[in-house]
Design a protein. Sequence first.
Length: 569
Amino acid sequence: MRSARWFAPDDLRSSGHRSRTMQMGYAPEEWAGKPVIAILNTWSDANPCHAHFKHRVEDVKRGILQAGGFPLELPALSLSESYVKPTTMLYRNMLAMEAEELLRSHPVDGAVLMGGCDKTTPGLVMGALSMGLPMIYLPAGPMLRGNFRGEYLGSGSDAWKFWDERRVGAISEKEWVEVEAGIARSYGHCMTMGTASTMTAIAEALGLTLPGASSIPAADSNHIRMSSAVGRRIVEMVWEDLVPAKIVTAAAVGNAVTVAMATGCSTNAVVHLIAMARRAGVDLTLDDLDMAGRTTPVLANIRPTGKTYLMEDFYYAGGLRALMVKLASKLDLSALTVSGVTLGETLEGAKCYNDDVIRSLDNPVYYEGSLAVVKGNLAPTGAVIKPAACDPRFHKHQGPALVFDSYPEMKAAVDDENLDITPDHVMVLRGAGPHGGPGMPEWGMLPIPKALLKQGHRDMLRLSDARMSGTSYGACILHVSPESHVGGPLALLKNGDIVRLDLEARRIDMLVDEDELQRRREAWVKPPEKFGRGYGWMFARHVAQADTGCDFDFLETGFGPTPGEPDIY
């Protein structure tokens, strides 16, 4: 075992390792000859989605000990969507680097990855894929349904809805406080099909979790039992040498893409799926995702794509295993999973208990997939839209652009009741991509201007190089690439230019002739750099654009160490 390099030799350095382990109160028989399992725990006091991880880590340790392993908890960066500014996306790659280096630098043979809040799933998985040790993912699980005066609330989705009503005076301050208190009433990540639920479902579809693990609510006692089962299974995986390279194959990535589309996934799935696939040596592209979106219907009737149900309902209906059974004809059931058996074998016995929550292929929520990729002279390498979550009248639309170059500028304008805007306008926020944000913040769900809200409008076409929360909805075209900060065509758009979307043709264009665009290119001046030092300085020099996953250029490698690289650890 790898850990034996630290503990087994009869030399002074290994003696020091043994001595310091005994310093912590462990006897040699507790670790000698046993798999040492790292538990990467993203708990923190600033991450409500992971509040229970302080206790779940003990359940994982119990399982590891039961199976004859030796657990080592290693705290990892906790990326809380609720608090981290300007965006956790700025730090996803930092978590990926930390996960890889924690596993490389410590005497461990395998790893349990504890995550769930949006960027923790891709960050942990990316790092562990690159390290290549046996690993298994433990999802945090969704929180319980929210409640406001007897009405179920979905985190994020209903916050946007009720905030618009408060802006126009339809609900009082007292009612708004009740919404705040009721919308997130247990630990766990968002209980809508937002980015967190999307990414944990993707981890399961990749074969990286125990069967059904991604659907269990955080507060359910089944989550405790699943946690200890994860601890037992990772010890077995070490003895089996079941490394990620055997699991995360092109077939597994294809399954993850198909499942993502069928769940009504977050638009954020695009950048994370591409980044994870590329770490595994699978060249997933935006075109691949769009093709899957054209042929995979949405089966999960969960908000924000669905109208009624939340993740708790999804779990009671049979969870992701039930959805994958209905989707089986579109999956590669021979793909291997962390359970040591194929995906098809893990689905045996799975049933759906509510056909309205988890629809069939012939009765979907939406006949195409959750996401569509559009290209054109505004987004030469692509942009993303969630057609099922916006008003169909915007699928083919054109109107004049109203352009904002900063979030504060945009925020001031949308609260101006005298703003000169019509429902046909296309609102644009630029300078919010990977470089411009910095980190591509979730600013893409631009608020509907108060002037339009008072007229009864609740949706309009919006365009940005930013992302939006997976709990969001509406006619938003996001991830415009290349971004404006690096001179992408979005930087050339002016107020009043006509923007045209043709979703069926997968086109997004500004109706400006090429000669005029060339004059604007020549006049364009690159904005100043955002950082002069530190991690941000490194980020700006190495982050890729959204269409290729926003990973660092020096980390896009396959599994394990570079061939020929000396093992200095």
